[in-house]
Design a binder for this molecule. Structure first.
Ligand code: PLP
Length: 358
């Protein structure tokens, strides 16, 4: 298989894909695939509950939180958050750290007043703004931030302190990459296609006291309480994605859970940034304290070599290294399923390219 550095949909663990392949025609001797099963049947209900429990175990989710398996990706959460948490007369605080935070801000502004309480703009979005720079409202319905900007490659390595105001986080591209204290949050949401499973699925973890606060015009399908009351099965859930996510959670447990992932992910990012910093040939502009462990944007100092770099990379089985169209350059996304050996191979390739063209 290729080394896949795609930002999303991203690489999945080979072991998981092999299991899916083995179970595709005949899941556990039942003579059918999970894709063909009723979501109301006892088999699927048990499978879904097990996936939820495994995720709870991995993240140590406290009992007063609901774990929801929803649809529409993280982008739908950009609307679902204000629809459920912000009344007409309220405002919400948002921290702007890059393209994804901006999208969340623009969507929320359709439903109520948004206060951009902090912004990385002064740093060209090469760093997250420190909390001492934020101007939080006194009466915000919630504070929203993006823990990892997938395109910009900036990540919070700290959790904001916002007192009693619910803290809402888009954790799409760093969930499950290392341990996190769920009890600090009101809502955590994450599109699945990086560290969880297939795209389309989104996991939302919400503190129970935040349920039932939706606006009167909130669509039923976007109402967190309806989803929670129906165990995420108000309508037909994305059953195959849920099953596959469950297999990824089991795989994560086998890797030593999130402590295990943290160890490997730390090594991976140290290796890649370490090499980029050691040479004049490549460059990463992100401030040391805001560097993402999952998405590593980098540039070749001589941009004329970009095309050749990408061509050679692809020939050598290193896929999807092209940076986001809005940023240019390169980006290596090194999510959980991209092992240390993949990063070692990438660094060796980058060194060789530098030797040939530097
Ligand atoms: N938030 C972040 C941080 C992302 O990286 C993405 C995209 O992958 C999204 C939100 C949007 O996710 P989706 O495409 O699942 O709607």
């Amino acid at each position: 298989r290729a080394f896949n550095f795609c930002a999303g949909p991203a690489a999945l663990p080979e072991e998981v894909l092999k299991q899916v392949q083995a179970e595709l025609l005949d899941w556990q001797g039942k003579g059918l695939s999970v894709m063909e099963m009723s979501h109301r049947g006892s088999d699927f209900i048990a499978l879904a509950a097990e996936a939820e429990q495994d995720l709870r175990d991995l993240l140590h989710v406290p009992n007063n939180y609901k774990v929801l398996f929803l649809q529409g990706g993280a982008s739908q959460q950009f609307a679902q958050i204000p629809l459920n948490l912000m009344r007409d007369d309220q405002k919400a605080d948002y921290i702007e750290t890059g393209i994804w935070a901006r999208k969340a801000i623009e969507e929320a502004a359709r439903y109520g007043a948004v206060n951009v309480a902090g912004s990385g703009k002064v740093y060209n979005f090469f760093a997250v703004p420190g909390q001492n720079e934020w101007k939080l409202s006194k009466d915000a319905a919630y504070v929203h931030y993006t823990s990892n900007e997938t395109i910009g490659g900036v990540e919070f390595d700290w959790i904001p302190e916002v007192g009693d105001v619910p803290l809402v986080v888009d954790m799409s591209s760093d969930i499950l990459s290392r341990p996190v204290d769920v009890s600090k949050f009101g809502v955590i949401y994450a599109g699945a296609q990086k560290n969880i499973g297939p795209s389309g699925l989104v996991v939302t973890i919400i503190r129970e006291d935040l349920l039932g606060k939706e606006r009167s015009d909130c669509p039923t399908m976007l109402n967190y309480k309806v989803a929670a009351d129906n165990d995420s099965m108000y309508n037909t859930p994305p059953t195959f994605s849920w099953y596959l996510a469950g297999l990824v959670f089991k795989w994560l447990k086998k890797q030593g859970g999130l402590e295990g992932m943290k160890k490997v992910n730390q090594q991976k990012q140290e290796l890649l940034y370490g090499y980029i910093d050691s040479t004049e040939f490549y460059n990463n502009p992100i401030s040391q304290t805001s560097r993402s462990w999952m998405n590593v944007p980098f540039r070749l100092i001589d941009e004329r070599l970009d095309k050749l770099f990408l061509e050679k990379a692809e020939k050598n089985n290193f896929l999807n290294l092209k940076g986001h169209r809005s940023v240019g350059g390169m980006r290596a996304s090194i999510y959980n399923a991209v092992g240390l050996e993949a990063v070692q191979a990438l660094v060796a390739f980058m060194k060789e390219f530098e030797r040939e063209h530097g």
